[in-house]
Ligand binder design. Structure first.
Ligand code: GTP
Ligand code: MG
Length: 151
């Protein structure tokens, strides 16, 4: 089953939005398979955002991501990479639709509270960067037959 890497950034953690954000993914029907609270080093943040290294905001972004605890998670479900990004909303909260996480809960692009992998390759790379294989669980939830049907 498809998996994606989702992280609540230091602003989301500090603002007490962990339960609100997890609830939105859970209620949709996605399954949490890995979770930990970590404060990344700046060089780890630079690895995570390596594809943005030429952007003018890169240094500030990496300082920010490493400024406090981040809630790192892996979520599983059919279409979770693309739909997870839909739940999150557009990068700039001024442009995110109401009803999305950033649309409802954030105001500016530099403090947009959550990260989600943008495709299958980055999902795989980011899960491997943030988690050891033994930290990612695999289990069947009782809900699955009701979420997906049996045939
Ligand atoms: P992530 O899920 O965090 O990767 O966001 P994204 O995929 O919606 O956007 P992108 O990967 O292009 O940018 C990564 C992060 O850099 C964003 O979430 C923002 O926090 C930050 N960022 C992007 N564009 C800008 C910008 O123009 N100014 C500032 N200050 N930050 C930006
Ligand atoms: Mg991105």
């Amino acid at each position: 089953m498809e998996r994606t890497f989702i992280a609540i950034k230091p602003d989301g953690v500090q603002r007490g939005l962990i339960s609100e954000i997890i609830a939105r993914f859970e209620r949709k029907g996605f399954k949490l398979v890995a979770i930990k609270l970590v404060t990344p080093t700046k060089s780890f943040a630079q690895k995570h955002y390596h594809d943005l290294k030429e952007r003018p905001f890169f240094d500030g972004l990496c300082d920010f991501l490493s400024s406090g605890p981040v809630l790192a998670m892996v979520w599983e479900g059919e279409g979770v990479i693309k739909y997870g990004r839909k739940l999150i909303g557009a990068t700039d909260p001024q442009k995110s639709e109401p009803g999305t996480i950033r649309g409802d809960l954030a105001v500016v692009v530099g403090r947009n509270i959550i990260h989600g992998s943008d495709g299958p390759e980055t999902a795989k790379d980011e899960i491997n960067l943030w988690f050891k294989p033994e930290e990612v669980t695999s289990y069947t939830s009782n809900q699955e037959k009701w979420l997906y049907g049996e045939n």
